[in-house]
Design a protein around this ligand. Structure first.
Ligand SMILES: [Zn+2]
Length: 522
């Protein structure tokens, strides 16, 4: 195990609009953030893991109008569906903020606004622009593809009104310096370069309010100018500090001092579509307000479903809660972590999820643990032998794999490469199976029994001890990725009060196409 580091680790997901129910693409972000949170907790670091919902969007207002219900009702209903992903996805959230309901939020956003105003970075101006409600963003004609939003494929509406503007242009050079020297780390490199290219083209000030009329009276009013509502992105980005009590005094602001003002890491996980907001707008807002910046912005690409972009209107969407109901938490998490590449979109199909779960979980992991526990029962009456012969031939590679895996996993997670991290853990499974094939414990047992061969008996002890050690190492290393399976493996490999392992039982008895558990040998 790597030496524990005392550094604080604050990790956030983006907060999604709640105009619709959650889809699998957001589950990817939640699960990735959860792995990082769990990984850093295991290393002994103080961790805080935040998610939430972006309630104050015009999109939510329009969705409620379409359904003919009050906005708050729609927002409450859909936000509850996001909050309810906690259990099915086995998330270790410390906090969940809802921007329309949480008393911490408005106070914090107002304070952020006043700080930027005091810095001279907010001014009123008449503005005319092309607005995509889907993105909640103004575009210039150059940003559009054939006159349409690249993200939504829709034609933006022309909006003309007097708005508050934020002096983004003032921060171009400072942002470039922060990103170039790594104080603001953006991963992967292609995304960092994308942001640097954006900065090289120069930044324009952006509109940070809209009229009450256009906002349909929904959102946080501009302090001192109640005819205007704060731009939803300004409002939403603030959640990363408002949830820490930035708007509060004394005890209410203590979390802010602990998690944002200190020298720990402040990590945002974001989808590629909202990179500009997190890597340009948000840091500039913080610079203006005189607050520390995030330390890491980790960008993931998108999921497609059956080869199509996730889209509710096109019917290409997967409800993560339903998926877990059908295939289990472990299978869903495992697909998201084991199959989605670090760079590039990944295509989800149920067939791929089931195939992966069957091969790796029921087949690889489940079989291994079941075989090992069965052998300990069959050959040693359920008592795990003491590992007093660590150099036993056939077990060295396995013990080395157990020893090296924590560092390999840590390095992969530092690079935000979940596929590499899970592959690193799998080295233990592969080496354990190789160890069984090479040492053939059932033959050692036969030699011991029939020929009273004490040497074979000692070898068998060493092999079984190494295999149980490997299963326990798997339980430990898998905890960030598959918390449920890891807990189950740990229980299967922990002696009961009488010193025996619990009786062998399949780990994944309910998997869709589970293969029969292998017997320990002839
Ligand atoms: Zn759009």
């Amino acid at each position: 195990m790597t030496a524990p580091q005392a550094s604080r680790f604050y990790v956030t997901t983006t907060i999604p609009y709640v105009n619709a129910r959650p889809h699998l693409g957001f589950a990817l972000e939640l699960v990735q953030a959860d792995v990082l949170a769990r990984h850093h907790r295991r290393r002994g670091e103080p961790v805080r893991f935040l998610s939430g919902t972006d309630d104050n969007s015009l999109k939510n207002v329009l969705a409620a109008e379409a359904e003919g219900i009050p906005v708050q009702d729609l927002v409450d209903r859909n936000a509850a569906a996001f909050a309810a992903l906690d259990a099915p996805l086995a998330l270790s959230l410390d906090d969940f903020i809802r921007t329309s309901r949480d008393p911490r939020h408005r106070a914090g956003v107002e304070r952020l606004w006043r700080r930027c105003a005091a810095a001279g970075d907010l001014y009123r101006e008449h503005y005319e622009g092309l607005y995509c409600v889907g993105c909640e963003q103004f575009y210039t004609p150059d940003d559009l593809v054939d006159g349409r939003c690249a993200e939504h494929g829709t034609e933006p509406q022309t909006v003309a009104e007097e708005n508050w503007f934020f002096r983004l242009s003032r921060y171009t050079d400072e942002l470039r310096a922060l990103i170039e020297d790594g104080r603001l780390r953006i991963e992967p490199a292609a995304r960092r370069n994308e942001v640097l290219a954006l900065l090289a083209r120069g930044l324009r000030d952006f509109s940070v309010s809209r009229s009450q009329t256009r906002a349909r009276g929904w959102g946080i009013p501009v302090p001192g100018d109640p005819g205007q509502v704060i731009y939803v992105w300004w409002d939403a980005l603030g959640n990363y500090v408002t949830s820490l009590g930035y708007g509060g005094e004394g005890q209410r602001g203590a979390a802010y001092e602990q998690w944002w003002a200190g020298d720990g890491r402040r990590v945002h996980l974001v989808g590629k579509g909202v990179l500009r907001f997190h890597a340009v707008y948000w840091p500039a807002m913080l610079l203006s307000a005189g607050l520390p910046l995030p330390t890491d912005i980790l960008v993931h690409d998108y999921l497609t479903v059956d080869g199509r972009k996730i889209s509710k209107s096109a019917g290409a969407t997967v409800d993560p809660k339903e998926l877990v109901g059908e295939h289990g938490t472990d299978a869903v998490r495992w697909w998201l972590l084991r199959e989605v590449p670090r760079v590039g979109d990944a295509d989800f199909t149920r067939e791929r999820l089931v195939a992966r779960a069957d091969a790796d979980l029921a087949g690889g992991l489940g079989n291994l643990v079941h075989r090992v526990v069965t052998m300990v029962h069959r050959f040693r009456d359920g008592l795990v032998p003491a590992a007093d012969r660590p150099g036993e031939p056939g077990t060295e590679a396995l013990l080395t794999a157990c020893q090296e895996t924590p560092d390999t996993v840590a390095a992969a997670l530092h690079d935000v490469d979940f596929r590499r991290a899970t592959a690193a853990v799998w080295r233990i499974v592969d080496e354990a199976n190789r160890c069984i094939d090479e040492t053939r414990p059932w033959e050692l047992a036969r030699a011991e029994r029939r020929h009273r061969n004490a040497f074979a008996g000692h070898r068998l002890d060493a092999v079984l001890a190494a295999l149980v050690h490997a299963c326990r190492a798997l339980a430990a290393e898998l905890e960030p990725f598959l918390p449920d399976a890891a807990a189950l493996i740990a229980r299967r490999c922990a002696p009961t009060p009488d010193g025996h392992l619990p009786p062998p039982a399949p780990l994944f008895p309910h998997s869709a196409h589970r293969q029969p558990a292998a017997t320990p040998g002839p």
